[in-house]
Design a protein around this ligand. Structure first.
Ligand code: 0WE
Length: 256
């Protein structure tokens, strides 16, 4: 008997098989959850459809640009009609314009700041507001963060500020939704080699830096993020809300 038997979930942020969202979705499904997937833009549709097929042909697959209120409304109308309720939601979505992740934070434009916060932080608020009415039996909302939210990671720049906002949003949402037994937490993952990490200058060096400095002397594996996702979704985490859980091989505890 899986830990998430009879749970219904919706997953935002799968781009391909390396996505953290895919690792967590697979883990949720393995524990018995029934999932709907969203994808951003036609470019990713075939990718996500191919992955979703692993769970059978009737898996609900919906387009969603999280910066569009109409898209969000339609996703949750479709989830209500097709799944009939909701217990789990994964938010694994972030974007900042590439130029903003190079050079000095000082030079962040108003537009890059706006986009990073809209896509990466406000979207959690909008999605949680739309999901909550469907979570009539309580629920678990999980977001993804990164250490750059609390300490300066060179070049993470405006994404660090947006992740700080995401973590604060997690706490305020946890307060608002707690009375409805909806928990809101985020996982702060160590670096993972995903599409979003590709093309970031020095990412290979960052992975080696973690291997050298994290207490566990290695990087986190996608399946370990999946296991933490299962824990946060499960009754084992029934009293945990508003938290940031570090799943980073211990890197965050180090002072030097
Ligand atoms: O949150 C992230 C990355 C999110 C991300 C990635 C991109 C690349 C392509 C957001 N926006 C974009 N925009 C693009 O045009 N991470 C935690 C991974 C990451 O990204 C970094 C890191 C780490 C770690 C960027 C600079 C420094 C470190």
């Amino acid at each position: 008997m899986g830990m998430l038997e009879h749970k219904l979930g919706v997953v935002f942020g799968i781009a391909n098989k390396r996505s953290i969202a895919w690792a967590i979705a697979q883990a949720w499904a393995r524990e018995g959850a029934r999932l709907a997937f969203t994808y951003q833009g036609d470019r990713l549709k075939d990718n996500v459809a191919e992955l979703a097929r692993a769970f059978g042909t009737e898996t609900l697959l919906l387009p969603c640009d999280v910066t569009k209120d109409d898209d969000i409304a339609r996703v949750f109308e479709d989830v209500r009609r097709e799944l009939g309720g909701l217990h789990l939601m994964l938010h694994s979505v972030a974007f900042a314009p590439k130029e903003a992740l190079e050079g000095r934070f000082l030079n962040t434009t108003r537009e890059a700041f706006r986009i990073a916060h809209d896509v990466s932080a406000y979207s959690l608020v909008a999605l949680a507001r739309a999901a909550a009415p469907l979570m009539t039996e309580g629920g678990s909302i999980v977001g993804m963060s990164y250490y750059g939210a609390e300490k300066v990671v060179p070049h993470y720049n405006v994404m660090g500020v947006a992740k700080a906002a995401l973590e604060a949003c997690t706490r305020y949402l946890a307060h608002d939704l707690g009375p409805q037994r909806i928990r809101v937490n985020c996982i702060s993952a160590g670096p993972v080699n995903t599409l979003a990490a590709r093309g970031i200058a020095g990412f290979g060096a960052m992975l080696r830096h973690y291997e050298d400095h994290a207490p566990l002397k290695r990087n986190v594996l996608p399946e370990e993020l999946g296991a933490t996702g299962v824990f946060l979704a499960s009754d084992g985490a029934a009293a945990i809300t508003g938290q940031v859980l570090y799943v980073d091989c211990g890197y965050q505890i180090m002072g030097m």
